[in-house]
Write a protein that binds this ligand. Structure first.
Ligand SMILES: [Zn+2]
Length: 476
């Protein structure tokens, strides 16, 4: 049975299968803008995409996963100038950091990771095709704009009717409209090529319209064409990219190539909230992976938290939630250990299932796999896994062997690695001492003393998490 997934454009759940006559399933995902560390909101999208890719592979599809690197835009140019570095050095540093974070979170590297800077000739060629076909025009300063009114079905992804739109080369304040992004439902002609400005510094390239640099939207159209062709199977991104970025991608690509059906399926993941609030710079809650690791969480615990909600619902990321993920992973490890013992396997034999090697047996995890294949219902799948692991009766050795095969494949699809040695955060001696004294006070039911010691720990920036049989100390 194929995976069924909600498609943003048709608003239906549809099977994910390669186009007839093709063997490879091509997916394009909008990648990071490399001007700083990615935050957990970005990683929610990338992690959910990773689970989709893994699920397709476990299901037996050959996937070609393309995810671009945005290494030229307003933010990267400003960032490089502020850092006193060349654009290339600056974006290389942040690309490497992104790769390190992805690896820690267990994200499979995409098969192709094209860079926008490397694909400037392809972007220029596509803009030229749009000008030649009458879908773009050159402004007085040498910038090139996409003419939205030349594309009658512009808005089809977001179900917005823009048919009455006039050509707009200026915004309402009378300034040239060269912003990379604009507000939902205020569509306007958008920049394909931005003419060279003094603030761009050394970052400009030649084009038939003079020196400049590409606008942001065109890179994904050019790079998906270069690596997946004029039409491909699935396009993914965070919901914030659905408009205008993805609408613009469709318009650029279909108008430039003359081929309709740019992406057969649109996959968007919902927003991430932090402690019930919208993420924003001003609130200081744009957590990076490093910040969470400094709080004592492991990347695998962060990953579990990021995938624990349904991808179509907004996820409330909380520190309590990451703590719960720690307990859930420990519970998975205990359950897996029991199955391994019953099957006569070691942990090492469980660790590395090969995705492409599709074994027939799912054991008692067949239902969990079925649930995962139905619109990537990760929470439902995990619920099924825990239901099986909670069954009291000891399985036979044969049953346990099949179960191990099924569980290993489910965990591979979710990208959850068990039995990872956790990096311990060093606990200072005075903190350890306070912790031991508080535990002793609690055991002897001296709650007033225990409460005071908890406050002393908090003053030093530490929290104590009590378990039935002991406690953990965690940096708060
Ligand atoms: Zn994109």
């Amino acid at each position: 049975m194929p995976v069924f997934l909600h498609d943003t454009m048709s608003r239906e759940k549809r099977p994910l299968l390669p186009k007839p006559g093709r063997e490879i399933y091509g997916m394009y995902c909008c990648g990071p803008t490399v001007y700083g560390p990615a935050h957990i909101g970005n990683f929610r999208t990338f992690t959910v995409q990773d689970v989709l890719r893994r699920t397709l592979e476990v299901g037996g599809l050959k996937v070609k996963h393309v995810r671009n690197i945005t290494d030229v835009d307003d933010k990267t140019i400003r960032g490089a100038q502020a850092a006193g570095q060349t654009l290339g050095d600056f974006t290389k540093k942040w690309t490497e950091k992104f790769h390190a974070d992805c690896k820690a979170l267990g994200l499979l590297a995409p098969h192709v990771e094209p860079s926008a800077v490397v694909h400037i000739p392809q972007q220029v060629a596509m803009i030229k095709a749009l000008v030649d076909r009458g879908h773009a025009y050159v402004a007085k300063d040498g910038s090139v704009y996409f003419k939205v009114c030349s594309c009658p079905d512009y808005g089809k992804l977001n179900h917005i009717d823009f048919s009455k739109l006039e050509t707009q080369t200026e915004n309402s304040a009378g300034e040239a409209n060269d912003a990379d992004e604009y507000e939902r439902e205020s569509a306007s002609d958008f920049a394909l090529w931005k003419s060279r400005k003094p603030e761009d510094g050394a970052n400009f390239w030649p084009s038939p319209w003079g020196e400049g640099r590409p606008g942001w939207h065109i890179e994904c159209s050019a790079m998906s064409l270069a690596h997946l062709g004029a039409t491909f199977d699935l396009h993914g991104g965070g919901i914030d990219l659905c408009f205008p970025h993805h609408e613009n991608e469709i318009a650029q690509s279909e108008c430039a190539t003359g081929v309709k059906g740019f992406a057969a399926h649109w996959f968007h993941s919902a927003h991430l909230m932090v402690e019930g609030e919208k993420m924003s710079k001003s609130k200081g809650n744009l957590y990076t992976l490093d910040e969470l690791v400094a709080k004592g969480f492991s990347p695998m615990e962060v990953r579990y938290t990021l995938i624990s909600g349904h991808y179509r619902s907004s996820l409330n990321f909380t520190m309590k939630g990451v703590d719960d993920s720690r307990s859930a992973l420990a519970k998975l490890e205990r359950g897996a250990d029991r199955l391994l013992a019953a099957a006569g396997f070691t942990r090492a034999e469980f660790a590395a299932p090969v995705a492409q090697e599709v074994q027939t047996s799912w054991g008692r995890f067949a239902k969990a796999w079925e649930v995962l294949q139905d619109d990537l219902n990760i929470p439902g799948c995990l619920g099924q896994v825990f239901t099986v692991l909670a069954e009291k009766d000891e399985p036979s050795a044969e049953q346990a062997r099949q179960d191990v095969s099924g569980l290993a494949k489910i965990l591979f699809a979710l990208g959850l690695e068990l039995f990872v040695v956790k990096a311990e955060v060093a606990i200072p001696a005075d903190v350890a001492d306070l912790g031991a004294r508080r535990w002793a006070a609690k055991q002897s039911k001296d709650f007033a003393a225990a409460d005071q010691l908890r406050k002393d720990l908090a003053t030093l920036g530490w929290t104590m998490l009590d378990r039935k049989d002991g406690y953990d100390l965690k940096k708060s």
